[in-house]
Design a protein around this ligand. Structure first.
Ligand code: NAD
Length: 353
C-alpha cells in the first residue's frame, strides 16, 4: 500500500466506511463552528442529512451547485454564506460542488471540508475553473485546496452504474497524462501508477457489485492518487480536447473523458512509448491505447462521441479549437492528426496513432 503521508500536500485525508459520521470531529479539528453545507440540487437530501447530523454546527445549506462553477451561483452562495456567518464549507458532492466550495474559499477566509461523491478528484487540487459570460477560466492557488477530505465509500456507492464508470475513467485520464507530463517526477509517476492500478483492480469489482464497499474504497484511493497528481503536474492533449468539447459543445464532463482517453493515448504513444509502457503493462497489453480501449469496453464505458449528441459537422470546428493555444504535449499537435482522432472518437472506432 502506498504511504499517503509523503503526498499529503497540507491536507488531512482519510478513507473509511461511515467517515461522514465523524464530521463534527473534523470541524472541531479545524477550530470552526459554523458550517455551510454545499450540494447540487440533485443531492440536496444528502445535504439535509449532513446538516441534521452536524446539529448546532450547521449554519445552513446551499444546494444550487452546478457544473463549471458559474460566477452568478458563487455570488449567490457567498451572500448566503455571509448572511449565516459561516466559517467553514462542507462540499458534499462531485467536482461541481467542490468547485463551488473552492470559489467561496477564494473570495472569503474560510476552511473547506470535502466529502467526494464521484471520482473526479477536484478535492485534491489547488485548481478552480469558473465560468463568466460563457467563458471558462482556470486558476491555481494553494488556498483553493480543501483542508480536509473524507473519502466515505458509502457516498460513491450511490453513483449510478454509468457514472461510476465514466467518472473512474475521468480520474484515470489525469494519471495517464501525468505519466508523460513535462514536469513529471518519480513521485508523480508513483502516484499515477498507483491510481491506475487501484481503478484497474477496483473498478471491475464495483461494476459487478456496486455495493462492494471495500472495492469502492479501493477506487476512492485511486481517485485520491489521480486527483493529487492532477494538482501537481501539467495536463496535455487529452485534457485540452475534453475542455474544448465540454466548453464549446456542452458535452458532459466525465463521459467525454471516458470516450477520448484511448484516442489521446494512441496519438501520444508514438512519441513517448517508454513513458506509457508501465501503464500498458499494468493492464496486460503491449499497446497502451488498446490497453485503455479494452479496459473501457470491459466496464461498459461509452465509446462514441456521437452518442453524447455531438454532430459530425462539428468535428472540423472542434479540431480547430482544440489545436488553438494548445497545452504542452509530448507529440506535435497537427490539425489533421487531431481531426482524425476526433473522427474515430466520434464514431466509436478503435484508437489508432
Ligand atoms: P458533478 O459534480 O457535476 O456531478 C454530476 C451529477 O452527478 C450531479 O447531478 C451530481 O449531483 C450527481 N452525483 C454526484 N455524485 C453522486 C452520487 N454519489 N450519487 C448520485 N448522484 C451523484 O460531476 P463530476 O464529474 O464530479 O464534476 C465535474 C466538474 O468538476 C466539472 O465542472 C469539472 O471541470 C470539474 N473538475 C474540476 C477539477 C479541478 O481540479 N478543479 C477536477 C475534476 C473535475
Amino acid at each position: 500500500m502506498l504511504d499517503l503521508s509523503q503526498f499529503a500536500d497540507d491536507q488531512t485525508v482519510a478513507f473509511g466506511i461511515g467517515l461522514r459520521k465523524d464530521l463534527a470531529f473534523h470541524v472541531d479539528a479545524l477550530r470552526k463552528e459554523r458550517v455551510l453545507v454545499l450540494t447540487t440540487p440533485q443531492q440536496s437530501d444528502l445535504g439535509l442529512g449532513l446538516a441534521e447530523q452536524l446539529g448546532a454546527k450547521a449554519a445552513g445549506i446551499f444546494s444550487k451547485a452546478v457544473m463549471h462553477t458559474p460566477v452568478e451561483v458563487t455570488a449567490e452562495a457567498l451572500a448566503h454564506l455571509q448572511s449565516v456567518k459561516a466559517d467553514c464549507v462542507l462540499s458534499a458532492g462531485g467536482g461541481s460542488t467542490i468547485g463551488l466550495g473552492k470559489a467561496l474559499a477564494l473570495r472569503s477566509d474560510l476552511s473547506q471540508i470535502a466529502l467526494p461523491t464521484t471520482y473526479a478528484g477536484s478535492e485534491c487540487t489547488p485548481i478552480l475553473g469558473q465560468t463568466e459570460n460563457g467563458i471558462k477560466t482556470t486558476l491555481k492557488d494553494p488556498k483553493l485546496r480543501p483542508d480536509t477530505v473524507l473519502y466515505d465509500p458509502e457516498l460513491v456507492a450511490t453513483l449510478p452504474a454509468a457514472m461510476t464508470v465514466t467518472s473512474a475513467l475521468n480520474a484515470m485520464a489525469h494519471a495517464v497524462e501525468a505519466l508523460y507530463a513535462q514536469d513529471r517526477t518519480p513521485a508523480s509517476d508513483e502516484l499515477a501508477l498507483f491510481g491506475l492500478k487501484s481503478f484497474k483492480d477496483g473498478l471491475p469489482k464495483v461494476v459487478a457489485t456496486p455495493g462492494d464497499l471495500a472495492a469502492r474504497e479501493e477506487t476512492q484511493r485511486g481517485a485520491w492518487a489521480c486527483g493529487t497528481v492532477l494538482g501537481r503536474v501539467g495536463m496535455a492533449l487529452h485534457h485540452k480536447l475534453c475542455h474544448t468539447l465540454g466548453g464549446s459543445f456542452d458535452l458532459p464532463h466525465a463521459e467525454t473523458h471516458a470516450i477520448v482517453l484511448p484516442h489521446a493515448v494512441a496519438y501520444n504513444a508514438t512519441a513517448v512509448p517508454d513513458l506509457l509502457a508501465p501503464a500498458a503493462e499494468l493492464f496486460g497489453h503491449s499497446n497502451p491505447a488498446l490497453a485503455f480501449w479494452y479496459f473501457a469496453k470491459s466496464v461498459n464505458a461509452p465509446t462514441a462521441l456521437k452518442s453524447l449528441g455531438l454532430k459530425e459537422s462539428d468535428l472540423d470546428r472542434a479540431a480547430d479549437l482544440a489545436t488553438k493555444n494548445p497545452y504542452w504535449n509530448p507529440r506535435d499537435i497537427s490539425l489533421n492528426g487531431v481531426r482524425n482522432l476526433l473522427q474515430r472518437a466520434w464514431s466509436g472506432e478503435a484508437p489508432q496513432p
